[in-house]
Each structure stands twice: as structure tokens, then as C-alpha cells.
Design a binder for this molecule. Structure first.
Ligand SMILES: NC(=O)c1ccc[n+]([C@@H]2O[C@H](COP(=O)([O-])OP(=O)(O)OC[C@H]3O[C@@H](n4cnc5c(N)ncnc54)[C@H](O)[C@@H]3O)[C@@H](O)[C@H]2O)c1
Ligand SMILES: [Zn+2]
Length: 345
């Protein structure tokens, strides 16, 4: 997989190795990003544009079915290229479509949200949801290239930038103290400052994936904050104004940090500092769902059994640990303690 800017895309296209080119967008990236891509890039073959509705609901079996048919009806073959222009929803969905259509065609990711740039578009995981179950169906498949461009952030709502920022914080927490400090000195409304964090952040993910591409061990560290974060995200998916992925992860990281004091050996002082810093970016993110419901969703995950849920915790900053079994009582207590602590901040 190559990482580069729009120039890399231009030179890859100039090699003329594809029989046809498709661009997958959602309605927003179609309106806000596509024309500038078309202006910057000289396509040797006119690309066909595929569009889905924005939002997590498009990462579905039904939409996949429609997209496979669209590719088929538009004459895609094994030498076609799919360019995914969008956030993590599009890079996950498009990656999945490309990696399954005719047993796999080439695809290029052009992430247009911060979250997709730092996380979703890299690492080779593609996927769709099965009903409310997140990423239940998917593949491991690397794109030909990931194309980065800061300009996409200009139109991205500040709430989306803050959501992606949570994954950068996560990379700092699990593997890079310098990045973590830089995060907590970053004004998240300053795109330039935020974009500067991308390189070290992506490096953390890339390093981990190189050691463990298929999530046998170290790659699980990237799930820090995601065990309870995913459950919260699943439960709010159908709300009128659902919480964003990174917002849920931010809350999940605070819970995991608190659990790490008793169950991971993280010093209370460090945990409190970390929670205070995370909270300063996400003071409004509180789960408005019953803790029992969150627990039920977490238990449904196939990795969890016998009434316990496996968490990634910390023994220290940059020292994550896998598969720490947590009981409902411990989780419930951490949720209550976190709420009490945040009320005092
Ligand atoms: N594969 C992985 O390893 C991985 C990792 C993390 C997250 N994910 C997945 O990523 C998804 C979340 O990604 P996301 O947060 O990027 O969500 P998203 O793709 O839904 O994008 C968020 C919103 O921003 C809009 N948008 C995108 N680019 C824009 C731009 N430049 N300007 C204005 N609006 C823009 C989209 O239309 C959408 O409304 C989830 O489905 C999650 O499961 C996957
Ligand atoms: Zn995530």
C-alpha cells in the first residue's frame, strides 16, 4: 500500500492499468469533494460516479447488494478500479465492495474526514454492519493507495473533526507519549495543527499492523476505548442525532482508563490526568442509555463469554494490555465513578 497526496493518485492513474474507474461517494462528499477532485486530477478514463446516502445506515448488506449490481450493470470487470472518496463509512463500505466484487478489484482510499485519515482508511480492514451489529461482515484487504489531502478538512463540520481527534488521542495513549502530549496541546479548531498530528498518529497504527496484520495480538490494542464505545455507538445508532464514532470512543477511553486503575495497575494520578484531559475535549459526551443495556451489547460480542467482557486496559501510558476480563459489577462501578468524577471537573 502506498501513502501519498493527489500527485500520487495522478501518477497511478497515468499508468493506465485499469479498464474502468468508479468513484464511490456519499451525498456530502459528492457535493463537497468530488468537483475539486475532478478539477485536480486528469482522469485518463471518465470515471463513473456511485453515490449512497450519508450515514452509518449505508454500511449495510442492502446497499452493498445495490453497489455490486451497479458495478455489474456498468460493466466493471476484474481490472476496474474503485476510488472511495469519503469518510470511514465510505472507505469501509467501498473497501468491502471492492474486495468482494469478482473476488476483489483494486481500490484507492481518499479519506475526507479526520477519522478516516487517521484510522478507517488505513490498516486494510473493510466492512459493513449486520443490522445494528457494527462491522459484523468484512474482509482484510489493503488498498492500492491511501491519498491524503488537508483540503478536505475545510468543509468538515467541527464536530466531525473532534470525533476523528479521539482516534489520534487513542494512538497517543497506546503507543506514543510525545503524540499524546501534542494532542493535549492542540486546539482542535485549528485544522493546520490537527493535520500535523496525522503523520505520527498514522505511524502508530501502521507500526502495530505491521507486527500483527490479522489481529491476533497487538492489533487489539487499537480497540482501546472501543469495547464500551462501540456498544454506546450501537445503542445510539437509531437516534435522531446519534453520537459519532469518535465521541463514543472518547467516552470508552475514559471508562477504560478508570478501569485500568484497579484492573491494569495504572497509577490513579495518571489515570485522573488522562481522564481530565480527554474530558476537556468531550465534556458533553455522556451516555444516555442504561448501563445494563450497554453491558448486554458488549456481551453479545463473540470475543466475550461467561458473563465477562474483555477490555484493553493500560498498565501505564504506552503500555496497553489485552484481554482483561471485566465483570458487570466492575464496569457498573467505573461508569458511576466516572460520572461522579466528571461532575466535579
Ligand atoms: N476500518 C477501520 O479500521 C475503521 C476504523 C475506524 C472507524 N471505522 C469506521 O468509520 C466509520 C466512521 O467514519 P467517519 O467518522 O469518517 O464517518 P462518515 O464517513 O459517516 O463521515 C461523517 C460525515 O461527514 C461527512 N463528510 C465526509 N467528508 C466530508 C468533508 N470533507 N466535508 C464535509 N462533510 C464530510 C459524511 O458525509 C458524513 O455525513 C464507522 O463506520 C466506523 O466503523 C473503520
Ligand atoms: Zn475507532
Amino acid at each position: 500500500m502506498q501513502l501519498g497526496d493527489l500527485q500520487l493518485l495522478q501518477s497511478l492513474l497515468a499508468e493506465n492499468r485499469w479498464s474502468s474507474v468508479f468513484i464511490l461517494t456519499d451525498e456530502n462528499t459528492n457535493q463537497l469533494c468530488l468537483s475539486s477532485l475532478m478539477m485536480c486530477i486528469d482522469f485518463p478514463i471518465n470515471p463513473e460516479i456511485l453515490e449512497v446516502e450519508p450515514g452509518e445506515n449505508s454500511k449495510s448488506v442492502e446497499i452493498s447488494h445495490q453497489l455490486w449490481w451497479a458495478l455489474n450493470d456498468l460493466g466493471a470487470d476484474r481490472k476496474s478500479l474503485l476510488i472511495n472518496l469519503g469518510g470511514g463509512m465510505i472507505t469501509d463500505l467501498g473497501g468491502f465492495i471492492a474486495s468482494t466484487f469478482q473476488r476483489g478489484i483494486d481500490f484507492i482510499q481518499i479519506p475526507t474526514t479526520l477519522l478516516a485519515m487517521t484510522d478507517a482508511a488505513i490498516g486494510g480492514k473493510t466492512g459493513i454492519n449486520l443490522g445494528q451489529l457494527k462491522n459484523q461482515i468484512g474482509t482484510f484487504q489493503n488498498p492500492v493507495a491511501v491519498i491524503l489531502d488537508q483540503a478536505w478538512l475545510e468543509t468538515l463540520p467541527s464536530r466531525e473533526i473532534r470525533s476523528g481527534f479521539a482516534e489520534i488521542i487513542k494512538h497517543g495513549i497506546i503507543a506514543d507519549q510525545t503524540l499524546l502530549e501534542a494532542c493535549f496541546n492542540t486546539d482542535v479548531s485549528n485544522q493546520e495543527e490537527v493535520f500535523q498530528l496525522l503523520e505520527p498518529s498514522m505511524k502508530v497504527k501502521a507500526n502495530i499492523i505491521e507486527i500483527d496484520p490479522f489481529e491476533q495480538n497487538e492489533r487489539t490494542f487499537l480497540n482501546f476505548g472501543h469495547t464500551s464505545g462501540h456498544a454506546l455507538e450501537s445503542l445510539t445508532l437509531q437516534d435522531e442525532d446519534p453520537l459519532l464514532h469518535g465521541e463514543c470512543v472518547a467516552w470508552g477511553m475514559m471508562i477504560a482508563t478508570l478501569l485500568s486503575i484497579d484492573c491494569g495497575g495504572l497509577k490513579a494520578e495518571k489515570a485522573n490526568d488522562l481522564i481530565r484531559s480527554i474530558d476537556s475535549y468531550y465534556p458533553d459526551i455522556q451516555p444516555e442509555v442504561e448501563i445494563e443495556k450497554l453491558w448486554e451489547v458488549m456481551l453479545r460480542d463473540k470475543k466475550n463469554s461467561k458473563g465477562k467482557v474483555n477490555f484493553v486496559l493500560l498498565s501505564d501510558v504506552s503500555k496497553p494490555m489485552n484481554n482483561v476480563e471485566i465483570s458487570f459489577e466492575q464496569f457498573n462501578k467505573a461508569c458511576a465513578n466516572l460520572q461522579a468524577m466528571r461532575e466535579e471537573l
